[in-house]
Design a protein around this ligand. Sequence first.
Ligand SMILES: [Zn+2]
Length: 419
Amino acid sequence: MNGFTLIFLSFLLTTTVIHLWLAGRQRSNALRHRHQVPEPFHDQISLAVHRKAADYTSAKMRFEQADTIVGALLVLGWTLGGGLNVLAGWWTNSGWGAIAAGTALMISALLLMALLDMPMNVYRTFVVEAKFGFNRTTPALYLTDTLKQGFIFLLLGTPLIALLLWLITHAGARWWLYGWIVWEIFTLTLIWLYPTLIAPLFNRFLPLQDEALRARIINLLQRCGFASGGIFVMDGSKRSQHGNAYFTGFGAHKRIVFFDTLLKSLQPDEIEAVLAHELGHFKHGHVRKRLVLMALVSLAAFALLGTLIDAEWFRAGLGVQHSSHAGALLLFLLVTPYFSAVLQPLSSYWMRKHEFEADDFAAAQTDAHNLIHALVKLYEENAASLTPDRLYSAYHDSHPPAPVRISHLTAKLAAQSAP
Ligand SMILES: [Zn+2]
């Protein structure tokens, strides 16, 4: 225990209290307006659907609060509670070389963390989501998914961790710069290979069959000057009723992926509008901007790690006596989220700004009415709250809430029709 212990505890407490408070606000706001569909949605959404959205929001917020508390307790258990100290001591005494023991420490700790997170995940999937009819995952599918993820993590994580630990020991004072370069090469390769190598391990991707829809989409792509590596339908309904559409990959390998659930619920012109929105993200270079920002954030994190990796006060202040690079790395992963939480509203704001830009693009390329209809349907089917709390949304939401997004589009339409 030292001065840093107190700093860490105050950040942990503040972040936890803020998260609990915001979720409480979101929940009570949904319940307060449960009995009346808000004005702009009167004609499109029934009271029964609106009530379901309020109840779903309430259940999700209750879960989020429990998850916040469990998460904070687990971090305390790993750090000041001595969990990591015990595990580090065990591997230190294993007689293995420093890098092998360090890699084993990190792998075992990360696997244990995932295992300890599992009860909450299981509860979310099989209780919260199931209660509102969204879950489609069977226990058998959940188990095979978990095993596959664990296997991929071991396969990719082990060499990466070993290489990083080797750099820390052997690459001198600038190790963090080389570590960052390794990290960037690793993540970019992963993003590049994900659509063709990893995603098919979990879902089936079939080329879009519907000829009329296909022709419509290709027409839109040509209009927008967009080259794609194929249009695919993913069996999202295997796990959940929630629908989505997205792009993956780089350059000419970009794939357009529709969830089968989305295709089932939207009309062709609405699907076109949703795709135009996604194209807007590309036209505005949002994906590239996010990758650059993530690279800069990782660079800052690696630079910070460069000073923390051998700092006695950091390790001791968080309850680990055994001096090891792997232990310091794990502590860094565990505690930084509580310090970086202050940046969350900024990141959310930036993401929402991108959503508005993509909506504007879609409104220019297609009829904005179609996007509005699609959004109403999607918000309805996902049981998203139509009465979100302003502060909760400002902090957490990467997408503007339904009323905000739709009134933005309506204003756009009014401006277009004005002389
Ligand atoms: Zn978007």
